[in-house]
Design a protein around this ligand. Structure first.
Ligand code: GLU
Ligand code: ZN
Length: 297
């Protein structure tokens, strides 16, 4: 069982459609299911209209999900339960560091441990909850990128599991939702590779099964920047899905015949399912989109 879990902060751009297509092909070519989860846990950044646009885009490209769409915003009870569980293991502490102080003293992004000795009872005002990072190496074998390991204490530090504004952090939410949905294969962008040890750490603490991980390259523009809203990547154009799908397959290192670009979406997706070979992406970190600015694509 695979999944695609976009954050509805805007419509899908090519970079996210690329990841969606890869995870769809991976799950469906093996006869598995592919579910869709809208990661709308952050009310500041989520828009219902963006979630709708994402659904319409996936449909236009023939990427049809199985079952009901899941929404993180509807699962907050489970998140609170997990926080209580971690708290009972004495692994959480309140952090009152301001964003400013965190960026000022950190050469790296590793949390220096300022608030480690604080307790929930003795702390007033707004605070984030951090989890103590174990001084052990968490390792896993990524199906495309090979072995990957991190010492959480040295490489990441104690990390936030509940933000200062009360919103559960991405790592914890995604681990709980992947587990609840029975996800066995996570295929997502390589920008999340270094997040995976934190997620595996949480899975172990909470007694959850770890899915297999597979991180695909990300699309970068002609300046080497990942396509995202901040690099002005625009919403994918729904008017000619065939040629776009064809191009995405080429960027996935598959070799679709040229004439396939003119076929209906269903035919292209069928071809892709029959021919899907993710190993053609082995070790690739990014796919550069020639000399074109993303808005021209
Ligand atoms: N909502 C997250 C994102 O879009 C999901 C990442 C993941 O696949 O775990 O970055
Ligand atoms: Zn702190």
């Amino acid at each position: 069982m695979g999944r695609f879990a976009p954050s509805p902060s805007g419509p899908l751009h090519l970079g996210s459609l690329y990841t969606a297509l890869a995870s769809f092909l991976q799950a469906k070519s093996q006869g598995g299911q592919w579910m869709l989860r809208i990661d709308d846990i952050d009310p500041q950044r989520s828009r219902a209209s963006a979630a709708d646009a994402i659904l319409r885009t996936l449909e236009s490209f023939g990427l049809l999900w199985d079952g009901e769409v899941a929404f993180q915003s509807r699962n907050t009870g489970r998140y609170a339960e997990a926080l209580t569980q971690l708290q009972a293991m004495s692994l959480l502490f309140p952090c009152t560091c301001s964003r400013k102080s965190l960026t000022a003293d950190a050469d790296s992004a590793v949390y220096a441990g300022h608030c480690r000795s604080k307790t929930l009872d003795g702390t007033e005002g707004a605070f984030a909850l951090r989890i103590r990072a174990a001084d052990t190496t968490v390792s896993f074998v990524d199906r495309l990128q090979g072995p990957f390991e991190q010492n959480l204490a040295a490489d990441v530090g104690d990390f936030v599991v509940r933000r200062r504004d009360g919103v559960v952090a991405y790592h914890l939410a995604t681990v709980l939702d992947d587990h609840e949905a029975g996800i066995t294969d996570v295929m997502r962008g390589i920008d999340l590779l270094s997040s995976t040890p934190r997620q595996i750490y949480l899975q172990r603490l909470l007694g959850l099964f770890s899915p297999a991980y597979c991180h695909v390259p990300v699309l970068v523009d002609h300046q080497g920047r990942k396509l995202s809203k901040s690099t002005r990547a625009t919403a994918v154009d729904l008017r000619s899905p065939g040629p776009t799908l064809h191009r995405l397959l080429c960027w996935l290192n598959q070799t679709p015949p040229a004439e396939l670009a003119r076929e209906p979406v269903g035919v292209i997706v069928e071809w892709a399912l029959q021919h899907w070979d993710p190993t053609l992406l082995t070790g690739r970190v990014f796919i550069a989109l020639e000399d074109r600015a993303p808005e021209a694509l």
